[in-house]
Ligand binder design. Structure first.
Ligand SMILES: Cc1cc2nc3c(=O)[nH]c(=O)nc-3n(C[C@H](O)[C@H](O)[C@H](O)COP(=O)(O)O)c2cc1C
Length: 255
């Protein structure tokens, strides 16, 4: 069973490709998280967890969801991490997480896709996004044979710098200092459509007099800023005039 978390659609698409290629079921962890529910999953086929990379690790929110959810049937767990550049030493961290959860770790596949962290970086141009997405789909299609055959994904040896990037200390600093919602605001271009409200997996946005207001729970998934049809959501000054990104691709034959 393929279980994914996605802010701006890259990992949803990656999960769809993986599910389509393995002819397996697919579940959106975000829907459970939004409803405040844990998962109760059962499958004889391997678990395939798909998500973005946050600060060179599995996103905390997704890890928490997996930790709290119940999994019966198989213990084999594959991870596909989409990223804008690289996953650092996420694999070793996930392997430790699997030991804690009682999963048999079958490896992690790094899949480069368009960078979506518009609050910090620039999003690639459209043609580059299309190229990256097509390459990503190809890589996943080529790699699902490991899942079909029950083999581990090929191991990638981390370097010293990878270990630093994925360290607990850096991750704690990332969530403690950077992942905040107070810089989000809506400009006069806001049309009160409420798409930002719906997109927020943590139900952290509400409309007040027709304008979105952000509470304190935020995981920086970039959904609210990316779904706005008027590009009216900004994050301080960093996002002004910057291209937004959403992955609209659909895996063929699935839906
Ligand atoms: C909060 C946050 C942290 C990120 N950290 C990393 C990172 O450490 N390394 C990386 O290569 N990309 C990083 N990215 C980029 C995303 O992992 C990448 O664009 C991913 O494909 C987005 O997936 P999604 O569309 O399913 O949300 C980060 C993005 C966000 C929003």
């Amino acid at each position: 069973m393929v279980i994914y978390f996605s802010g701006t659609g890259n990992s949803r698409y990656a999960a769809e490709v993986a599910a389509s290629e393995t002819a397996d079921e697919i579940r959106d962890a975000g829907a459970y998280i939004k409803e405040g529910k844990r998962g109760d999953f059962s499958s004889q086929r391997p678990w395939v967890f798909v998500s973005p990379t946050y600060c060179w690790q599995l996103p905390r929110l997704f890890a928490e969801f997996i930790r709290k959810s119940r999994f019966s049937g198989t213990r084999d767990a594959y991870f596909i991490l989409t990223c804008g550049g690289e996953t650092g030493n996420a694999g070793e961290k996930i392997a430790a997480f699997c030991r804690e959860k009682g999963f048999r770790y079958k490896g992690m596949l790094e899949v480069v896709m368009p960078e979506n962290y518009v609050a910090l970086f620039s999003v690639p141009e459209e043609a580059e996004c299309r190229r990256l997405t097509a390459d990503a789909a190809r890589k996943i299609k080529d790699s699902v044979r490991y899942i079909r055959e029950g083999a581990d994904f090929p191991e990638v040896k981390p370097g010293v710098l990878d270990r630093v990037k994925s360290s607990g200390l850096l991750n704690a600093g990332f969530y403690g200092f950077l992942v905040k919602s107070k810089k989000f605001y809506a400009t006069d271009a806001c049309i009160s459509c409420g798409k930002c409200v719906k997109s927020c997996v943590l139900n952290n946005i509400r409309l007040v007099d027709g304008r979105p207001e952000w509470g304190k729970k935020c995981t920086h998934c970039m959904a609210c800023i990316s779904v706005c049809p008027e590009e009216a959501v900004e994050y301080g000054k960093r996002t002004v005039g910057k291209r937004r990104y959403l992955c609209h691709e659909k895996a063929e034959g699935l839906f």
